[in-house]
Ligand binder design. Structure first.
Ligand code: EPZ
Length: 421
């Protein structure tokens, strides 16, 4: 099992370039499978989840070539199958966007139920509700999803739950439906806007992405023949901003959209952290012996505090003085990593969706396990603060979503080594 060995205590400082957004890339790559012509996608991160998705798309017949600059040249015109039933599909969550793309392309799709981080049940009923509203028949059996429509007709869809995945999936399927589709109670995350902007660049007609009402006017063909650049990864950027916090360091994250970071920047300032905001960068600067104030957090859909920064922030709160609170409102069981933090000396009590953190207890190194992508990142952050050596095992989960994680941390002064298990 591959691990990271971290020796804590170094104050991280310097600049870091943020990569393209994992969650936007998964949606954009899937949407590209809808096109009637080629396209080029820039700023796609080189991470495991994306590389698995590229292989799945190639397995459908799409031609995809990664250029030396990291961009992807995609030609989906040779796609010859609506069945995404390779085993890889079960390993990642974002594969479910292919249902919307294949339904939009072929009026039918078959695929395994998706995988993804395990923090509770991850239903897809809202995705299916949207496809049925567009005229599709949906069947889930033998661990597969079967979706088929004689024709896709625009409709008015009110989501029962604010769902990033359902919003993106329905938007993709509706892009080539006949007529107008309105999605109400839509999620507003930056990566939803990115997928809408990509589709519009390729010929679609989508308005309102980023608000809770998205209007999609179906177009019969999406010619593509254009280039699109993925937005920077809001969660990667937040992780490095928090790395400055836990090491009392001084880090500038570059190639970001500061607006996307506001939910975190505001809360870090509440904790007493000084931040400086530029047009495409944020500097997070702390004094080596700075005392951080406790604070209360509630995860919410964007523009609320992102659930994907919840574990990393809880690690930061362990190093603050006083009692903090973290309420997880999006996922039913996203506190599994807290047992590992406790092994490192953290004093945290979990009651349902709330974690009560009694900060100020020095963290000490221990052997811990990355249970999911962001939980693993949180343990690395805790290790950067802890006294002694921390081994984080099962780090392939972390490398699903963080490009060049070890080198980027080393560049900032971290003592971290990757060891093949
Ligand atoms: C996306 O997951 C992200 N994954 C997650 O990031 C992120 O935590 C989540 O959005 C929330 O921001 C990708 O984009 C690949 P949801 P998704 O549908 O789309 C309920 C990471 O770390 N729900 O917005 O699966 C669901 O149970 C990953 O990068 C339904 O009830 O999340 C949850 O409580 C982890 N029915 C809430 O909605 C549905 O049909 C939000 O889920 C769909 C969702």
């Amino acid at each position: 099992m591959t691990s990271y060995i971290i020796r804590g205590g170094n104050r991280l400082s310097g600049e870091i370039m943020i990569s393209g957004s994992k969650n936007a890339s998964l949606g954009v790559l899937s949407a590209a499978m809808l096109l009637d012509g080629p396209c080029k996608i820039e700023n796609i991160p080189d991470i495991a989840d994306l590389n698995v998705m590229i292989e799945i798309c190639k397995g459908l017949g799409a031609q995809i070539k990664r250029e030396t600059d990291g961009s992807l040249m995609i030609d989906p015109r040779m796609i010859n199958s609506w069945e995404a039933t390779q085993d890889k599909v079960r390993h990642i969550r974002g594969s479910y966007y292919l249902i919307g793309a294949l339904l939009g392309r072929f009026r039918k799709a078959v695929m395994f139920m998706p995988g993804g981080c395990n923090f509770g049940t991850r239903p897809i009923d809202q995705h299916m509700k949207g496809f049925e509203a567009l005229g599709a028949r949906v069947l889930i059996e033998y661990g597969k999803i079967f979706v088929e429509a004689d024709e896709l007709k625009g409709n008015h869809i009110f989501l029962d739950v604010v769902s990033v995945g359902a919003t993106i999936n329905i938007m993709i399927a509706a892009a080539k439906a006949d007529g107008v589709t309105v999605i109400e109670n839509a999620a507003r995350e930056p990566h939803i806007v990115d997928v809408a902007n990509f589709l519009n660049t390729m010929g679609a007609n989508i308005r309102g992405a980023g608000t809770d009402v998205i209007r999609i006017t179906g177009t019969p063909r999406l010619e593509g023949n254009a280039t699109y650049s993925i937005i920077p990864d809001q969660i990667e950027a937040g992780t490095y901003m928090i790395a400055a916090g836990v090491t009392r360091g001084d880090i500038t994250v570059r190639n970001i959209i500061p607006k996307h970071m506001e939910p975190l920047t505001a809360k870090m300032e509440e904790m007493g952290v000084a931040t400086e905001v530029g047009d495409d960068w944020i500097r997070v600067r702390l004094e080596p012996d700075q005392v951080l104030q406790a604070a209360s957090f509630k995860t919410m859909p964007y523009p609320g505090f992102p659930t994907d920064l919840q574990p990393q922030t809880t690690a930061l709160l362990c190093t603050a003085e006083g009692n903090s609170r973290m309420v997880e409102n999006v996922w039913e069981n996203r506190f599994q990593y807290i047992d590992d933090l406790k092994m490192m000396g953290a004093d945290i009590m979990v009651a349902g969706h709330t974690a009560l953190i009694s900060g100020g207890h020095p963290l000490t190194g221990a052997k811990v396990t990355a249970r999911d992508l962001r939980a693993g990142a949180a343990l690395v952050l805790a290790g950067l603060n802890a006294d002694g050596e921390t081994e984080v095992t099962d780090i392939n989960k972390i490398e699903r979503g963080y490009e060049d994680f070890v080198n980027k941390l080393r560049q900032l002064g971290a003592d971290i080594t990757r060891i093949e298990g």
